[in-house]
Design a binder for this molecule. Sequence first.
Ligand code: ADP
Ligand code: TZD
Length: 583
Amino acid sequence: MSAVLSPATDPAAGAAPMTDGFHLVIDALKLNDITTIYGLPGIPITDLTRMAQAEGLRMISFRHEQNAGHAAAIAGFLNARPGVCLTVSAPGFLNALTALANATTNCFPMILISGSSEREVVDLQQGDYEEMDQLAIAKPLAKAAYRVLHAEDIGIGIARAIRAAVSGRPGGVYLDLPAKLFAQTMDAAAGAASLIKVVDPAPRQIPAPEAVQRALELLRGAKKPLIVLGKGAAYARADDEVRALVERTGIPYLPMSMAKGLLPDTHELSAAAARSYALPEADVVLLVGARLNWLLSHGKGKTWGGKHAKAWGGQKFIQIDISPTEMDSNVRIDAPVVGDIGSCVTALLAGIGSGWPRPPAAWLDALSERKNKNIAKLSETLAKDARPMNFHGALNVVRDIVKANPDAMLVNEGANALDFTRSIVDMYKPRKRVDVGTWGVMGIGMGFAVAAAIETGQPVIAIEGDSAFGFSGMEVETICRYQLPVCVVIFNNNGVYRGTDKNLGGGADMAPTAFVKDARYERLMEAFGGVGVYAATPDELRRGMEEALRSRRPTLVNAIIDETAGTESGRITSLNPTRQKTT
Ligand code: ADP
Ligand code: TZD
């Protein structure tokens, strides 16, 4: 417990030591094992950032709050503890809101702490410096939002924020700290006593035995069972249990993108390479920490059993999730199992025992056949050494490098750069892949890369579309400043999706999707003392990445990709509204 002496007290005269709002915030975070703050200083939190550093917290200072927010959110995902982002009022707060909302959407535990202006002035709308009713604005974007007005309530405010962020379904929490709070003083002993070390912040939630029985019965009767692993399963850190569930039942599984590596992608029961066959054919699907949202075509239509539904009554779903209201959100869930994944899978395993019958050979063989065919086809495509380099040529290199460095973190954003990387680059260990998630949001790249390096100590490879990189590119300075082992690889095809679009009006402006041609992105990294690499061939890319991983120096590889490669919106072209005929 740190304490400052109030200037008003004279220790010699025996007056009690005092503390203040600044130190109570810092002490409350430290008491709850929060060791790092991601943020950007300014009024009224500049001194808080300095004092936090003085008190042994790591203060990672960014160039834009959105990136600090994304860093905090992914730190939350990687640690299953809230990541903390600290910003100034109004504009700084607003800059971080995309990250807060993205954290809530993706179920990442995060706390956004923003300084704010004086309540009296804000509420009367008298025009304070950076005036804004931040709490009201944050509420619909956060799982919970709180404001602390009195120093003696800081401990409670931080405890509530921590519990709200990590208990049940994790999410983003907003904590509003008005400027005046920081300077409030109170007796140091009373201050210490007001702080709370949160006991069991994310309590286990044990599933009901009858829910487990219902699920087991359904699974036992399946002819073509399938397990879908989502990022909730990665977050839950029940790696051994999830692996045992797959291996003891022998049921094939599909990993969602951030669940890749929970079991190695090369596992014989991975059905990833036969996804488009497995989803519509499966008769019983066990969802583990994955929502039936757009990423899984809402559990219906031709991606699923739609075309056969009439013949065999449609697919049956078992869903494991901590959120009871997730059930039936898109289609009927026949066997909901509500609880934390560790407890739910453990309960299922107890019922499965050791003599669980393997799924019918016909199902396993049909999947293997498709899988082997698709893998062989992919190997052929990857082996082609196209000039100019295309996504496959470049990803053949990235795939080898990730295989040789399975502990490295992989950050991934873009459209084609995302979709191709997800399907081509195998992951070998849990929680190594972090990406655009549920929203498909651009701009997570450098924030995620910074936090991935800081939180894991491992080298980070960020595979970025050239458009995607632009949303957070200035943070290469942050990467250089903290000397982080981050290797950014930009798949540079001169534009959003591709670089070949023309102005349909025939004017001098470039098309909305086209960028400056042959931009030298690698020089951005050189500007701050990092290593820049220009790579026009797979060999140059390989050498650049290998050296970056060896040296652990901040590196940016500008990988030149054929500007005609790729498709509009990558694999989600179908979501683009199409122009209607008007005549
Ligand atoms: P993906 O995008 O990988 O399919 P989603 O983000 O859609 O994954 O789903 C993650 C799900 O995991 C959410 O519904 C969330 O409630 C759930 N979840 C998160 N943590 C846990 C946990 N510890 N136990 C059970 N469910 C969890
Ligand atoms: N803005 C935000 C915040 N998120 C978005 N997803 C988009 C805009 C729209 N968008 C995509 O969905 S992908 C993408 C944008 C702008 C960039 C695609 O181009 P890229 O990748 O260069 O990053 P590829 O590999 O060239 O397709």
